[in-house]
Design a protein around this ligand. Sequence first.
Ligand code: HEC
Length: 154
Amino acid sequence: MKPIYAVLILVVGIVLIRCDKGVKKDYKVIDTQELTKNQPEVHGTEVKEGELQLTNPLKEEYLATGKSIYDLKCSACHRLTEEKLVGPGWKGVTKRRTPLWIMNMITNVEMMLEKDEEAQKLLEQCLVRMPNQNVSREEARSIIEYMRKNDGEQ
Ligand code: HEC
């Protein structure tokens, strides 16, 4: 076989494998138990009015942290579009919820599911409880910045 064919086969092979991975990822079945298996349960305390300050323009330093936490801990269940995966898509979330509500949802989901009607409605729609992700307040704050950016804020 001419060397050029060998190279072609290799290239086509690599492309096929990569596409295959891409497709599989989309249809991955998410085992929520598995995701949180080794995490100790940490319960946050309620974030209250006045403990959360938002600024314009957005804080650049929060954006990168927010994105990396999203990639690591949230993207398995939340898209950045309106599309629902396991949980609701994040597009528009900062318009339909207050920052304080989002903050408590992230750091204190048990309390929200117990007390907050909107959170309970979401649970009915999604049929899955969002697991506690052990996200600190500081981390949650950076995720909010990332969500605001995703909703078009500058
Ligand atoms: C195992 C899946 C899963 C993971 C991982 C997950 N969530 Fe969720 N999330 C859900 C589900 C399901 C709901 C809706 C039902 C509920 O609240 O329990 C939800 C709801 C939310 C809501 C409310 C959305 C709305 O439209 O009002 C926010 C905000 C949120 N999650 C943030 C996060 C953040 C931030 C992370 C990562 C640190 C994260 N979630 C990780 C499943 C998940």
